[in-house]
Structures are given as structure tokens and as C-alpha cells.
Design a protein around this ligand. Structure first.
Ligand code: ARG
Ligand code: ZN
Length: 854
């Protein structure tokens, strides 16, 4: 039976921001830890903030209030479900509460919860209110003193923020540990961990000569798999000192890995908590991609110590202030330890895969959103990755020295405070940035288009450059740094410009001394997160593919060749432009040995999702057919060079950039060799799988085989499952390989795997591998009967009762319904409606569903 469609939930607005009525300078917490029922004793010193008569409001969620006292006077316990409102005489008070919470029953994984027998917390954004009553907003900064008490046998390790203090035994087999964090922090940075853990230990000597004790805490058996994370941590600490002048500020820095976690990791002061898949690695269990992701995320969370913790956010609308900046900082770190060109290509691919579609769809929002119903829904590609692109534009515009001076200024001026995007822009402006213009980037959703019209006559080139934003017609023009170069038809570079900043809707440029009509190479290095329209002609792209000296632009030329062939073929039903792609690929293969990583990235065909994003209307079958056809054209035209290159990809073990590049190329070549599912390639893939000395080769072979009809596919999956049955982060790869398969039986396989003893809908990693993996599978998710959509919707509804954040993320593939052709569009919409009409949806899911349907 249908219930009425849900009303969009109430929204908080940036314009309504008011400073807190009450501050909490001091917070003392005592935990009597227990998985079933934990008691939390809180003593808060509160201080009236300014002259007003408002009551003290404390947030609280799913808390059982046991006692309450104000200035030592006991008050009756009648808390509303959404918190406490206390009338206070005077300007200061001591508030004491005792609450009970239930970690083992906490399936949302927000607040204090149990994972694999250990206890841990996640408080960002609004999880602290699930631990105790508190003004749970980032502009209330407190100094925390924490005492943890627990059963000594079950929870031998007790960790919290800050520096360790007293510890010792208690009666009845219990013990305690005290922690003191000298740096005032918002409640979202609070953390504790209690468990049976062992540490990989190390030390780092800071710039000023202080020794910091480092620990990465995991189950005893996993300690050897923490070495890469530890090396990454030490490299991050050194990088932040050298590049930003930022030194670590406590005596200890701890990382804990947990298997049940809603996202990647969390930067709690001095006690980062990580999704185990971003900590544990060795060559037998982690791919090179995993190694890189671990380094990037360890760096990201560490860098938050300054960009996030020492300087935090005034309110959650400012989230990109810490996240965009910190993503930019981790991207710089990754570029520094690896190949900058390849890192940039990967970064742009990710931006185009997740942020561009978000910015075009119903969930589009500004990097600084104006309103939200549920803040958890705004930890998005826009806030993180587009936010990082904005910082990158500013950094490039200022140049390294001034950008450093500007960030020094930002940290100095805002240390110990909760800041805004304006504070960041003011620091940039102090070094000459056009901050008033750049601010617009934070406020306007949508991907800007830049169109360039060139006319050439009498040795003069006239460029008419127009910017527009289909999401916001008539919006104030953005400052767009447009790096470009001009090339002659024979490949000579005629001119290069790095300093142009478009500030108007229309810009005219006149360039003298250009003898022939040139080829334009626009947005080199992807200096701005924009779309160039239209793309260059195919003959021009071939010249750029061969002669551009900017690696990103060279990559881009090949990608554009592929995209133009694929979109034309998908729209017209006949193969178009294959010859040019083959020619470009042949040239790349001939130089594969020089720079395997670059060749690998460049040879990789655009995903079906990306092809769809470049088309006015998405026909998933036509797109899949066009892409398969191009893969087959490449294989039949280049069979021998592909085999030769694949055989030439043997790499030494280890994480040296060239070895990683060779393995990456080997995997991409193998997948091309399997384009026609031939017996020889299938056998080669199985050989690579069974002979692999590392997870990268094993996994690229398994992925290539996963689409195949051959018996080798079943054998490989069986061997893999047997070998890694007990390692959950590795077994996720096995689930993902099957849910991502293009085989016609994939939906049935996914349905069967949902009944597998190792499937657990409460574990976010597993749910993601099986269900989100399937929903991202452009071939099988869009099966014509709509059964793929129904399968997803069913999992969304189940997930919502367990963990609303998971459900709100899982449902997002359905939000694209408007872009789909018939018959897919109404089928997709119907599933979204079915979800919308289900009673009792969470606020998280309701916001995403109502926004997607509106
Ligand atoms: N701040 C964490 C990070 O570094 C992520 C926290 C995500 N929180 C959430 N509610 N989605 O990026
Ligand atoms: Zn972050």
C-alpha cells in the first residue's frame, strides 16, 4: 500500500548562522566502557557567550539520561529526545551528566560502536551527541580530559585524544587510562578506542627536535601489514614540515584500523581512526592502487592536524575549508612521492567520474552549500574534489612562494579558532590573489563551459572566449585561469600562455605573428575544472597526441579522440573514428617502455559512465556496444603489438614508480587482449593470475577474467576465495570483481552473493563492494527489464534501517534517472518513487530521494 510521498525535510541555512549562546571551555569525561551498556560521566564548564538570556541547549541522540546536576544541584531528568534545554543563572556553570549508551546495538557507526569486538568512535559530523549531551557544533571548542575504564582482559588497550596520562589497575579485573588533550577542539574531533590491539611502533623527530611516538594499532596478526602506512605517515610528517612549515604538536600520534567504518578515515586529534582497507597492505594482499590510496589517506588525515584541527570550521557549510584544502595537500604529497603527471591524470579522471556528474545532476550544490537537511549527505565529490581544484587554481595563480606565504598567514591568523572560507580567502588576498572573484567559485554549482572561437587572417589570430554555466544562466562570471598553447599542423609549438585569467563572460584576445591557422590546446594541465566546448577536430587531436609537451594535454588529446569516436558511434550506431584511435594507440604502444605509467593511463578507454556524461541522453546499451566495438577494433588492428607489449611488462617487485607503471600497463593490455574473449588470451590471463607474485597482477588478471565466459573465470574466483577467505578487505575484491562483471548473469550472481555467508549488509565495505559495485556496473545495472534497479532499491531500503548514511550513498546511482533514455528512465524513476513512498525513511535517505525526484 502506498503512503504519500515524503515531504522534503527541514533545511539549515548558511545565512541563518548565529554564534553559539554558550561556550564550553572545559570538558571532563569518564567512560565506564562496556559493549552492551556504557556509562558516560561528563563534567562541563560552560560560559555565556555575549549578553543574552538564552537557555543552554545541549544536543543529544539515543542517550539514556541517568542524572543531571547544575552547579552541584541535582535537577530532574526529563530530556527531550533531541537534547536538553537548561535555564542557567549567571554567566558560568558546571554541568554534570551521566548517560547510558549501547555500543553493540549501534549499527549506524556514528558515536560509540563496536567493531570486531573492539570499541571505537566516529563523531564527525554530528556523532558526539550520540555519546553525551553537548552543543555539538564545530564552533564550540573545548579542552578535553578523558578517563577510560574497561575490562582489562577484553580491552587491554585504551586510547583517546591528546597525550597519555595516568593508567593502572582497578578492582574486578578492570583498568583505566587517562588522556589529556591540551589543544581546544570541537566535539567532532573527539575519539576513543578500547580493544585487544597491538601496535606497530615508530618515532618521528620534528623540525624543532621533539620526538613523537607513533603507533598503528591493529589485531596482532595484522601488525606486519602496517609498515607501508607507517612509512607513509613519516613521509607525510616530513612533507608538511618542508612544504608548509607545519610541525606536529603532541607527544604521540596514533592510528587505529577498524573493519566497520562509514568512510575512509577520520582525523581525530592525535588518534586517527581508519577503515582497515586504508591501513593494511603487503604485496600479497594489496594492489599498487591500494598502496597509493593508503599513502594518500594517511597523508590526508595527518595533514588535517593543521588544516582542520588547529584551524577548524565555523559551521558545516565551511566543510570544504578543511576538506578541499586537505585533498589538495594530499594530492601534492602523492605527486611528490610518485609521478606528478600520472597523479594529475588520475585526479582529473576521478573528478570527471564523480564530481562532474554530481554537478550536472539533481544533487548539484556549491562547494560551499547554502543549505542542507542532513550534513552527512554533503561529504561529496564537490566539497572534496572540486574544493581541491579551487585551492589548486589559487595556488597556481599565486605561485609556490606566495601560496606558502598565504597559507602561513592563514594558519597564524586562525590558529585555535573555527574559521570560514572568507578567512582563507583573506589570507590569499594578502599575497595578491583576486579573492573577491575566486569566492564566486565557492558559491556557484555547475561545471563552467568555456567555448573558444578562433579566426585567423594576415598573421593574426583572434580568439573570442566565452564562459557559461548551464546550471546558472546569467551568473556572475568566474575567474578562470586558462592555460593554452598553439601548435602548427606539423606539430611545432608556436606559443604558450600560462598567465591568462578570464574574468568576464566574454574575452577577446588578439595574437600577432601567427603565420598559419593554428591548432589550439586549451586548459593544459587541467588548470581549471571546466569543460571545453567543442572539442578539437580529430585531425587536430592526432597532432596534439603526438606533439603536445604538456603530459596532461597529450593524454587529453588521446582521450578526446576516443570520446569523440565513442559518442559518435553510440549516437549513430556505426563505428566512427576508429582509425584515428588505432593510430594513436599504435604510437603509444611503440613507446610503452619509455613511460609505462603514462601509456597505461592514456590507453585506458573512457568508462561507459563518462561516455554517457558527454551525450545529451544516455542509452546504456548503445554506449556499451560502441565501447566493445572500439575495444575489438583495437585488438584486431594491434593484436601483435598488444601481445608484445604485454609480454614486455615484466616488472621487478616493489613500489618503484616504473615497476608500478609496468604492472598497470600489463593489466590494461590484458583487458584489451580479452576484448573478444579469445581462448589464447583467457589462458594467458589465467596464467598471469596463477603465476602472480603480487596482488596487482593477480587482481588485474581476475578482473579481466571476471567478464569472460571461460571456465578459467570460475577457477580463478574459487582459488581467490579460498586463499583470502579470512581477510575481509581482500575478500571485498572478490565480491567487487563479480558485481562489476559484464556477463549477462551478473544480476543473478549478485542476488546469490547477497545470501553468501560472507555477505554482511551491516559492513559498509562489503555492502559497497557487492551492491554499489553492481550499481556502478553500467552494463548490467541497466538491464532492460529494470530488475537491476529493483535489486538496488531493495538493498537501499534494508540499509536504511541499519545505517542511513550507507543508504543515502547507495541510492545515488538512481538519481541519474532523468539522463537516461527510454525504457530506462521510467523504470529508474519508479524505483526511486517506491523508496520515497516507504514509511519511516531516515532523514539522510529522504533528503537524497526527494531532491532527486524534484
Ligand atoms: N573528515 C573525514 C575525512 O577526512 C571524513 C569524515 C566523514 N564524515 C561524514 N559524516 N561523512 O575526510
Ligand atoms: Zn578530510
Amino acid at each position: 500500500m502506498d503512503s504519500p510521498a515524503p515531504v522534503a525535510p527541514a533545511r539549515k541555512r548558511l545565512v541563518d548562522y548565529r554564534p553559539p549562546d554558550w561556550l564550553v571551555p572545559e570538558m571532563a569525561l569518564r567512560f565506564e566502557l562496556d559493549a552492551e551498556r556504557t556509562l558516560v560521566h561528563a563534567r562541563m564548564r560552560v560560559r555565556r557567550n555575549g549578553a543574552h538570556a538564552s537557555a543552554l541547549q545541549l544536543d543529544g541522540e539515543e542517550l539514556e539520561l541517568l542524572s543531571l546536576a547544575v552547579n552541584g544541584v541535582v535537577r530532574p531528568v526529563n530530556a527531550a529526545p533531541e537534547g536538553l534545554v537548561l535555564e542557567i543563572d549567571g554567566d558560568e556553570a558546571l554541568i554534570e551528566t551521566v548517560v547510558a549508551i549501547r555500543p553493540a546495538a549501534n549499527s549506524r557507526l556514528m558515536g560509540l560502536y563496536s567493531s570486531g569486538g573492539n570499541l571505537c568512535t566516529q563523531c564527525e559530523a554530528e556523532g558526539f551527541r550520540r555519546i553525551t549531551f553537548f552543543p555539538d557544533r564545530p564552533d564550540v571548542l573545548s579542552r578535553y580530559q578523558v578517563r577510560l575504564e574497561a575490562d582489562a582482559a577484553r580491552y587491554p588497550v585504551l586510547l583517546a585524544n591528546g597525550n597519555p596520562g595516568a593508567a593502572g589497575a582497578l578492582p574486578d579485573g578492570r583498568h583505566f587510562a587517562e588522556w589529556d588533550d591540551p589543544f581546544p577542539k570541537p566535539s567532532y574531533l573527539f575519539a576513543l578506542v578500547a580493544g585487544d590491539l597491538q601496535a606497530l611502533e615508530d618515532a618521528f623527530v620534528t623540525l624543532s627536535g621533539r620526538t613523537v611516538k607513533l603507533g598503528i594499532w591493529v589485531a596482532a596478526a595484522d601488525v606486519p601489514r602496517c609498515r607501508h602506512a607507517m612509512e607513509s605517515l613519516k613521509a607525510s610528517m616530513a612533507f608538511d614540515e618542508q612544504v608548509y612549515g607545519r610541525e606536529y604538536d603532541l607527544d604521540v600520534f596514533n592510528i587505529v584500523a577498524v573493519h566497520d567504518f562509514n568512510f575512509g578515515a577520520m582525523e581525530n586529534k592525535g588518534l586517527n581512526i581508519f577503515n582497515a582497507k586504508y591501513v593494511l597492505a603487503d604485496p600479497d594482499t594489496a594492489t599498487d592502487w591500494d598502496y597509493d590510496a593508503i599513502a594518500a589517506i594517511v597523508a590526508h588525515e595527518y595533514f588535517h592536524n593543521w588544516s582542520g584541527n588547529r584551524v577548524t570550521c565555523r559551521d558545516w557549510f565551511q566543510l570544504s575549508l578543511k576538506e578541499g584544502f586537505t585533498v589538495f595537500r594530499d594530492q601534492q604529497f602523492s605527486a611528490h612521492i610518485g609521478s606528478a603527471a600520472v597523479k594529475r591524470i588520475e585526479g582529473v579522471r576521478q573528478l570527471r567520474a564523480s564530481q562532474f556528474p554530481e554537478d550536472e545532476g539533481p544533487l548539484a550544490h556549491a562547494v560551499r552549500p547554502e543549505s542542507y537537511a542532513e550534513i552527512s549527505n554533503f561529504y561529496t565529490a564537490t566539497v572534496y574534489d572540486k574544493g581541491a581544484e579551487l585551492i589548486r587554481m589559487m595556488a597556481t595563480r599565486l605561485g609556490a612562494a606566495k601560496f606558502r606565504a598565504a597559507t602561513d598567514r592563514y594558519f597564524a591568523d586562525n590558529d585555535g579558532t573555527a574559521a570560514t572560507v572568507e578567512d582563507f580567502l583573506a589570507a590569499m588576498q594578502s599575497q595578491g590573489l583576486e579573492s573577491e572573484l575566486f569566492r564566486r567559485w565557492y558559491e556557484q554549482p555547475g561545471t563552467p563551459r568555456v567555448a573558444v572561437q578562433a579566426t585567423h587572417a594576415d598573421g593574426r589570430l583572434e580568439l573570442l572566449i566565452r564562459q557559461s554555466n548551464p546550471k546558472l544562466p546569467g551568473a556572475a562570471p568566474l575567474p578562470i585561469p586558462l592555460r593554452f598553447a598553439l601548435f602548427a599542423a606539423d606539430g611545432r609549438k608556436l606559443l604558450e600562455r600560462d598567465d591568462l585569467l578570464l574574468t568576464d563572460a566574454e574575452t577577446r584576445l588578439s595574437i600577432e605573428g601567427i603565420a598559419e591557422a593554428p591548432i589550439l590546446s586549451l586548459n593544459r594541465g587541467f588548470a581549471a575544472p571546466i569543460l571545453i566546448e567543442p572539442a578539437p577536430r580529430r585531425d587536430e587531436l592526432l597532432v596534439l597526441a603526438a606533439h603536445e609537451d604538456d603530459p596532461f594535454a597529450r593524454y587529453e588529446a588521446v582521450q578526446q579522440l576516443m570520446l569523440s569516436a565513442l559518442t559518435a558511434s553510440a549516437a549513430g550506431g556505426v563505428a566512427i573514428g576508429h582509425d584515428e584511435v588505432v593510430e594513436a594507440a599504435r604510437a603509444l604502444l611503440a613507446k610503452a617502455g619509455d613511460d609505462p605509467a603514462f601509456v597505461a593511463e592514456t590507453l585506458l578507454l573512457p568508462s561507459e559512465a563518462l561516455i554517457g556524461d558527454r551525450m545529451p541522453i544516455v542509452d546504456p546499451e548503445a554506449i556499451h556496444a560502441a565501447r566493445e566495438e572500439l575495444r575489438c577494433s583495437l585488438l584486431s588492428a594491434l593484436r601483435e603489438p598488444l601481445w608484445a607489449a604485454w609480454r614486455g611488462c615484466d616488472a621487478p617487485e616493489g613500489q618503484a614508480p616504473r615497476a608500478k607503471g609496468l604492472r598497470r600497463l600489463k593489466g590494461i593490455l590484458l583487458s584489451l587482449l580479452l576484448a573478444d574473449d579469445g581462448a589464447e588470451a583467457t589462458a594467458a590471463a589465467f596464467g598471469q593470475f596463477s603465476g602472480a607474485a603480487n596482488m596487482t597482477d593477480r587482481m588485474s588478471a581476475l578482473t579481466a577474467l571476471s567478464h569472460s565466459q571461460g571456465a578459467e573465470r570460475d577457477d580463478a574466483l574459487r582459488l581467490f576465495a579460498a586463499r583470502y577467505d579470512l581477510l575481509p578487505e581482500v575478500l571485498d575484491k572478490w565480491f567487487l570483481a563479480q558485481s562489476s562483471s559484464t556477463r549477462p548473469d551478473t544480476r543473478a550472481v549478485v542476488e546469490a552473493l547477497a545470501q553468501h555467508p560472507r555477505f554482511d549488509a551491516r559492513n559498509p565495505n562489503r555492502l559497497r563492494a557487492l551492491v554499489l559495485g553492481f550499481a556502478m556496473n553500467q552494463t548490467r545495472f541497466h538491464d532492460r527489464d529494470g530488475a537491476g534497479y529493483a535489486l538496488l532499491a531493495g538493498h537501499v531500503l534494508t540499509a536504511d534501517r541499519i545505517n542511513p548514511q550507507s543508504a543515502a550513498r547507495l541510492v545515488q546511482p538512481l538519481a541519474r534517472w532523468r539522463r537516461l533514455a527510454e525504457p530506462w528512465r521510467p523504470l529508474m524513476r519508479a524505483e526511486l518513487e517506491r523508496i520515497a513512498h516507504t514509511p519511516g525513511l531516515s532523514r539522510d535517505l529522504t533528503e537524497v530521494v526527494t531532491t532527486s525526484l524534484s
